[in-house]
Design a protein around this ligand. Structure first.
Ligand SMILES: *[C@@H]1O[C@H](CO)[C@@H](O)[C@H](O)[C@H]1NC(C)=O
Ligand SMILES: *[C@@H]1O[C@H](CO)[C@@H](O)[C@H](O)[C@H]1NC(C)=O
Ligand SMILES: *[C@@H]1O[C@H](CO)[C@@H](O)[C@H](O)[C@H]1NC(C)=O
Ligand SMILES: *[C@@H]1O[C@H](CO)[C@@H](O)[C@H](O)[C@H]1NC(C)=O
Ligand SMILES: CC(=O)N[C@H]1CO[C@H](CO)[C@@H](O)[C@@H]1O
Length: 291
C-alpha cells in the first residue's frame, strides 16, 4: 500500500534530475561550447556562469560533483566534467523511459566561466522565433534543432515569475485583461486561479507539459498546438510555418519519431565548440579548475 506514493516520489525526483541535467548541459554548450564551464564556481575574479543560471538548475551541481568524485577514484584524470554532463543527461533521459543515444566523448574542460556571457548567449524564455533561431544558428544549430530540443520541456518545470507577464502584464498596461493573446485564454485563467495568484510568485512550481510532465513523450507538442506552451519561446514555435509543420508532424506521430530526432539534436548540441587535443584540461573537481 505504501509502495505507490514512494514510487511516485522517486519518479518525481528522477524526472526532476533529468530535466535539470538536460538544462545544465544546454546552458553549458551555449556558452564557450560544451566544456563544463557552467559547473565552475566563481573565483576571486568575478561571478561565474553558475551565478546567472536559474535557481531550478542549481540543484544538479552537487550530483555531478559526486559522480566526478566516484570516477576520479576509479580512473583519475580520464573523464572530463563536460563528458560527464553529456553522458549523465543521456542516461537520465533513458532511465525515465526516453530515448537512448550514443554520446561521442573526448570533450575537454574549459578554465573560464563568466556570468555575463551566460546572460548574453543563453536563449531567454521571452524570445520570439526570430531571436531564438538567430541564437541557435550562432551555435551551428538549425531550425529543426530548435524545435526538437524544445521538446525537453515535455518533462520541464518552471516557476510562475518566469512567465507571469504572459498572465498579467503582457503589454505593460497590467491587470488580468493584459494577458498574452497567443496563450489560450482558458489556460491562462486557470493558471492565474490555481497556480500563479500573484505575478511575483517565485516558489510555486508549474509543469510545462501539464498532465504528462513525468513522461518523456510528444504531448508537449500537442500542448503547443492548443496554444498552451508556457514560455513565449514555446509559443514561438508555432509562429513560423516551417517550425509549425515540424511540430504538427511530430505531435501526431509515434513517440519513436520524436525520440530519434530529439536524440540526433542532443548529439549535435553536445558537439558545439568542443575542446579537444591540447585545449583545456581534464578537471579533477568539476567546480574548480586544476591549479
Ligand atoms: C562550489 O560552490 C558551492 C556553492 O557555493 C559550494 O557548496 C561548493 O563547496 C563549492 N565547491 C568547491 C570545490 O569549492
Ligand atoms: C523579435 O523580438 C525582437 C526584440 O527582442 C524585435 O526586435 C523583433 O522585431 C521581433 N521580431 C518579430 C518578428 O516579432
Ligand atoms: C507592467 O509592466 C510595466 C512595463 O514593463 C511595468 O512598468 C509595470 O510595473 C508592470 N506592472 C506590474 C503590476 O507588474
Ligand atoms: C523570491 O522573491 C523574494 C521576494 O521578492 C526574494 O526575497 C527571494 O530571494 C526570491 N527567491 C528566489 C529563489 O529568487
Ligand atoms: C541554491 C539555491 O539558491 N537554492 C534555493 C532555490 O530556491 C529554493 C526555494 O525558493 C530555496 O529553498 C533554495 O535555497
Amino acid at each position: 500500500m505504501a509502495a505507490a506514493p514512494l514510487v511516485l516520489a522517486v519518479l518525481v525526483v528522477t524526472v526532476g534530475v533529468a530535466a535539470t541535467l538536460i538544462r545544465t548541459h544546454f546552458h553549458d554548450c551555449f556558452v564557450r561550447g560544451c566544456d563544463a564551464s557552467v559547473l565552475l564556481n566563481a573565483t576571486g575574479g568575478g561571478e561565474a556562469e553558475k551565478d546567472a543560471t536559474p535557481n531550478l538548475t542549481l540543484r544538479g551541481f552537487a550530483f555531478l560533483d559526486r559522480v566526478k568524485a566516484l570516477l576520479e577514484q576509479e580512473c583519475p584524470g580520464v573523464v572530463s566534467c563536460a563528458d560527464i554532463l553529456a553522458l549523465a543527461s543521456r542516461d537520465a533521459v533513458g532511465v525515465i523511459g526516453g530515448p537512448f543515444w550514443r554520446v561521442p566523448t573526448g570533450r575537454r574542460d574549459g578554465r573560464v566561466s563568466i556570468k555575463q556571457e551566460a546572460l548574453d548567449q543563453i536563449p531567454a524564455p521571452t524570445m520570439n522565433f526570430t531571436d531564438l533561431l538567430t541564437s541557435f544558428r550562432a551555435k551551428g544549430l538549425d531550425l529543426a534543432d530548435l524545435v526538437w530540443l524544445s521538446g525537453a520541456h515535455t518533462i520541464g518545470i518552471s516557476h510562475c515569475n518566469s512567465f507571469t507577464e504572459r498572465l498579467y502584464n503582457f503589454t505593460g498596461r497590467g491587470g488580468p485583461g493584459d494577458a498574452d493573446p497567443s496563450l489560450d485564454a482558458e489556460y491562462a485563467a486557470n493558471l492565474r486561479r490555481t497556480k500563479c495568484a500573484t505575478p511575483t510568485d517565485n516558489t510555486t512550481i508549474v509543469e510545462m507539459d501539464p498532465g504528462s510532465f513525468l513522461t518523456f513523450d510528444t504531448s508537449y507538442y500537442r500542448g503547443l498546438l492548443k496554444r498552451r506552451g508556457l514560455f513565449q519561446s514555446d509559443a514561438a514555435l508555432i509562429t513560423d510555418a516551417a517550425a509549425r509543420a515540424d511540430v504538427e508532424s511530430v505531435a501526431k506521430g509515434p513517440s519513436e519519431v520524436f525520440f530519434q530526432v530529439f536524440a540526433r539534436s542532443m548529439v549535435r548540441m553536445g558537439m558545439i565548440e568542443v575542446k579537444t587535443g591540447g585545449e583545456g584540461e581534464i578537471r579533477r573537481h568539476c567546480a574548480i579548475v586544476n591549479s
